[in-house]
Design a protein around this ligand. Structure first.
Ligand code: SF4
Length: 291
C-alpha cells in the first residue's frame, strides 16, 4: 500500500474520525482503512447487532419521528434525541444512545455511547457488544472496546467540563449558516416541542447545557457482551478509566491519521484474525498464501 504525503482523512475522503475507526485500529488498522475505502454492505452479523441495539434503545426512549430532509435536519434530530436521552437518564437512571463530539489532536472525532446509567450519584458509561455463539472474549477481542469506551468517557467529560464547548461544535459544524428544511420545521412545529427548541442553534445550546449539568462521570466503565443468536449475556467486562493509557493509545493512532505512517496489518502472531476478514486474499494479501 502506497505511502502518501496527504493525510489519511484526505485519502479516505472523510471529514472526521469515529470512535469505531479508532477502536478498529486496535484490531487491525489495515482493515479499518479498507473498510473506509470500500464501505462494504453490512454483514448479517452487523444487521443482527443493529436490530438488537434498536430494541434496547426503544425500551427507554422515544426518538424524534420527523423525517430529516437535509444535513441541518439530521443535526437537529441528533441534538433533540441526545436531549431526550439525558432527560431519560435523569428521570429513570438509564438513557440510551448519546452522540458525543470532540477534538483529538486537532481532529474532529465523534461516537455514539450505547448507554448511560446513574449509579451512586455518578454517570456510568456502558457499551454493548454482540458476539457469535461460542466466541472468545479474550484480551485481543476486548482491547478495541476498551479503547472505545475510554474514548467515550474522555469526549463526554470534555463537553461536561466545557473544554469542548458549544462554540467549538458550532464552528466545526457551521451551525450559524445551517438552515432547517421547511418540511422539517413544519414537522417539529406540529409536535409538542417547546418553542425555544424549534431552532437548530438553541437546540444544540440546550443539549450542551444539559451535559454541563450532568453529575460527575464514573471511572468504572462496563462492556456487556451478548450472544447474537440466543440474546443471552455472555460476559461483562469492567474497565477502569486510565487517561494515561488512553493518551498513549491516541498518540499512536494519530500517527496514522496525520499521514506519518502507513496503516499497519496485523502482526504475524495475530494472523488468525485474517481468515474471517472480508479483505483476506482480495484487497489485502499481506498474509495470503494463495490456498
Ligand atoms: S486480511 Fe488480515 S491484515 Fe489484512 S486487513 Fe484483514 S485482518 Fe488485516
Amino acid at each position: 500500500m502506497e505511502g502518501s504525503s496527504r493525510t489519511a482523512l484526505e485519502r479516505l475522503h472523510k471529514s472526521g474520525i469515529t470512535a469505531t475507526d479508532i477502536a478498529t485500529q486496535f484490531w487491525c488498522e489495515r482493515q479499518m482503512e479498507l473498510n473506509c475505502l470500500h464501505k462494504p454492505a453490512p454483514t448479517k452479523a452487523m444487521q443482527s447487532g443493529a436490530r438488537m441495539h434498536d430494541a434496547w434503545q426503544a425500551a427507554v426512549y422515544v426518538p424524534l419521528t420527523v423525517e430529516p430532509r437535509n444535513y441541518p435536519d439530521v443535526l437537529y434530530k441528533i441534538a433533540y434525541e441526545n436531549y431526550t436521552t439525558i432527560r431519560t437518564l435523569l428521570q429513570k437512571n438509564v438513557g440510551r444512545e448519546l452522540m458525543v463530539y470532540g477534538s483529538v489532536h486537532g481532529y474532529r472525532v465523534s461516537g455514539k455511547i450505547d448507554e448511560l446509567q446513574l449509579r451512586g450519584g455518578k454517570v456510568a458509561i456502558v457499551e454493548d457488544k454482540t458476539v457469535g455463539s461460542g466466541a472468545k472474549v479474550d484480551d485481543a477481542h476486548t482491547l478495541p472496546h476498551r479503547v472505545q469506551i475510554m474514548l467515550y468517557r474522555k469526549l463526554l467529560d470534555e463537553i461536561r467540563r466545557r473544554s469542548y464547548s458549544y462554540d467549538n461544535f458550532s464552528n466545526v459544524y457551521k451551525l450559524k449558516s445551517a438552515r432547517l428544511s421547511e418540511e422539517f420545521q413544519k414537522g417539529i412545529r406540529e409536535l409538542d416541542i417547546k418553542r425555544e427548541f424549534t431552532d437548530l442553534e438553541s437546540m444544540w445550546k440546550t443539549m450542551f447545557e444539559e451535559i454541563h449539568h450532568l453529575p460527575e462521570l464514573s471511572d468504572d466503565l462496563e462492556i456487556r457482551y451478548t450472544d447474537r443468536r440466543s440474546r443471552e449475556k455472555t460476559a461483562d467486562i469492567l474497565v477502569k478509566y486510565d487517561p494515561g493509557e488512553l493518551d498513549r493509545d491516541l498518540a499512536y493512532v494519530m500517527g496514522y491519521w496525520r499521514g506519518e505512517r502507513e496503516s499497519q496489518p496485523v502482526p504475524e502472531g495475530e494472523r488468525w484474525k485474517c481468515k474471517p476478514c472480508k479483505f483476506f486474499g482480495n484487497e489485502c494479501k499481506v498474509w495470503w498464501t494463495g490456498d
